[in-house]
Design a protein around this ligand. Sequence first.
Ligand SMILES: [Zn+2]
Ligand SMILES: [Zn+2]
Length: 356
Amino acid sequence: MFEPGRLETRELDLEEPGAGEVLVRMSAVGVCGTDLHSYKGEWDRPTPIVLGHEGAGVIEATGVGVAGVREGERVVLSWAPACGECGPCRRGRPAACGPLSAAIGRGTLLGGRTGLSLGGETVYRGTATGALAEHLVVAAPAAMPFGDSVPLEQAALLGCAALTGVGAVLNAARPEPGFTALVIGAGGVGQFVVQGARIAGATQILVVDPVEARREQAMALGATAVCEPEDLRDAVRELDAEGVDYAFDAVGAPATTKLALRWTRGGGTAVVVGLPAGSEQLELDPFEFSSREKTLTGTIYGSDDPAVALPRLLDLVAAGELELASLVGPSFGLDDADAAFRASLAGEPGRVLVTP
Ligand SMILES: [Zn+2]
Ligand SMILES: [Zn+2]
């Protein structure tokens, strides 16, 4: 991306994998909401930058001292390999890693370099990854082997949308079975929140989204009711006049976060899952907390270490509890990445993929 809204395919110079790094041949890359924020110019990022961070591919080479993965192994990318030293990393939450956040803001890898250039000029990396490419070099812990049970196109979704959406329920909200849930937004992450709620034993799952095809997809994945945004009040009241036990905002805009908090019952919990545009602020009614005892919390990357969470997701897929295949949306070649981004913005159901 040379400037917001302008994606072009160029041949870049890519450094060989150094010590502790691997070279991955990318097979499929999902277009995530994070990429769309950068594409729309809602986040301040250096350019030119290679976007993309949710993907799967095959290890083609390994640098010195790499032990965990071998050549030929199929891997899912993690955009949060632990630095291993800061507080969040020691607590098993590498997505909250301080050095990683700084690297994401600067458009580099965790170590501070990008290893990418065009005519001698630095090219930056989206979400400390830059997966929208035929090849990429990342730290070995960012390439998580996943075996042979899942096709590469489906596995790509595990790397961000599934970890984020399922983890929002199982790790951030941690509801007791028998709860009611509202899910705002049925894009890639939202559909995994729906599935997480079903897996966690929700009795009612109401999903609100303006796109009919996304609402239908949510019904197939475990939603018990769906509605358009303008019908949300009636739909919640029909479910329970008090509101829901847990509301998940898979959009992350201040307006949707307010809705999540509003339709949470007294004593219930609203969880912010999506990410807002860079300059957004959230204005809240303090009585929601003091008088109504609601909890508002948030989650990033499933509130877990991806290396720990991925095998659990694979177990859920193997048990037939987590559906991936029907969530694979249309796929585009690398030269058509711009069309892929526009399809995703247009509300195409399922995850739009770029298959380099
Ligand atoms: Zn993502
Ligand atoms: Zn760290």
